[in-house]
Design a protein around this ligand. Structure first.
Ligand SMILES: Nc1ncnc2c1ncn2[C@@H]1O[C@H](COP(=O)(O)OP(=O)(O)O)[C@@H](O)[C@H]1O
Ligand SMILES: [Mg+2]
Length: 315
């Protein structure tokens, strides 16, 4: 039983009050969501087609349908390394996703070192002020393709999808700041924490196209030239059988027929089928709290359910 009155609203300190253990997806060290993902019908074919063709996979579907989690499972199964994540906003640019150059920071550091008494302390290493972004890191030469998530691409500026495809067709880019300074080689920080890569002659070219998953909530239509170069898959509405598997994987819970938990799953599937926006994680959270809680207060149970299972498209 997870549900209890921890906070009472009396303002009386109870520093030793018992708190419940966190749900498995809110504990440290963070567990990979990929290990417990259950692919809906047809998704594995779409992933395999994208892998075979070395083309991006475009996943469309409502919030909470599992789009951002798919790549975790693919990377985990196929040993593609930690997933590189590029979270798109209306301000995202292709240049920032390739690399960033901190020109101001470099000028500042140069000035500081010039003020130093010791002349040998004057350093001006451009590499310290360059960092590859998620896309720039995904295009580094590697033995296995890297996994790159381009999350919520429909939030992008209109030009971004086209610009991105252009880079992906070529599989290479140039760091003009290194070219300009005729640097033969520079150790540049990558998007992976702490790692550096030796960039020669200011050019980066992949040896394998990365495995890319792009997600979209369908807020914006993508141009046909973009769609032509992707494998597309729309997350289907959830089924009772799939949700039972998801619940079993996440919560280790075998839901008996005709139980309150089975009813909750049924209701979730019906609501999503009727066009409401309710996410899988809302169902999991509700089951986590209510599972095993004796229905002593049916009113409270109903209130908790309503609180957690609210339609996401409404206030
Ligand atoms: N088919 C599924 N199997 C297992 N977990 C799922 C599934 N679909 C969604 N989830 C869980 O629901 C949550 C939301 O998924 P997420 O990938 O963030 O959705 P989206 O990117 O579509 O908004 C995650 O915690 C994920 O583990
Ligand atoms: Mg997402």
């Amino acid at each position: 039983m997870t549900w209890n009155t921890y906070y009472t609203g009396t303002g009386q300190p109870r520093p030793q009050a018992w708190l419940p253990p966190a749900p498995p997806w809110r504990t440290f060290p963070r567990q990979s969501a990929g290990a417990v993902f259950q692919p809906p019908e047809g998704l594995t074919e779409a992933v395999n087609a994208a892998l075979c063709l070395r083309r991006p996979l475009l996943l469309t579907g409502p919030p909470g349908s599992g789009k951002s989690t798919v790549i975790e499972q693919v990377a985990l199964e196929l040993g593609l390394g930690p997933v590189l994540r590029w979270q798109i906003t209306s301000r995202s640019t292709l240049a920032d996703a390739l690399y960033r150059y901190d020109a101001l920071g470099r000028i500042h550091a140069h000035r500081l070192s010039r003020n130093h008494d010791d002349a040998s302390a004057v350093v001006d290493d451009i590499a310290a002020f360059l960092q590859l972004g998620p896309l720039g890191t995904a295009l580094l030469p590697t033995r296995r393709p890297r996994a790159l998530l381009v999350d919520e691409i429909d939030k992008a500026d209109l030009d971004l999808p086209g610009d991105l495809l252009d880079v992906l067709e070529r599989g290479e880019y140039t760091i003009v700041e290194l070219l300009r300074e005729s640097r033969a080689a520079a150790e540049v920080r990558t998007w992976d924490s702490g790692a550096v890569h030796l960039v020669e002659d200011g050019r980066v070219r992949c040896s394998e196209f990365p495995f890319i998953v792009m997600t979209s909530n369908g807020e914006q239509e993508m141009p046909p030239a973009f769609l032509r170069r992707c494998v597309r898959y729309t997350m289907p509405p959830p089924t009772v059988a799939l949700m039972r598997d998801v619940v079993a994987r996440h919560l280790g819970l075998d839901v008996p027929d005709h139980s309150p938990e089975a009813e909750l799953i049924q209701e979730f599937v019906e609501r999503v089928g009727a066009g409401e926006t309710v996410a899988v994680d809302q169902l999991l959270s509700t089951l986590h709290i209510l599972n095993g809680t004796p229905v002593t207060d049916a009113g409270e149970r109903e209130r908790v359910k309503r609180l957690l299972m609210k339609d996401l498209s409404r206030a």
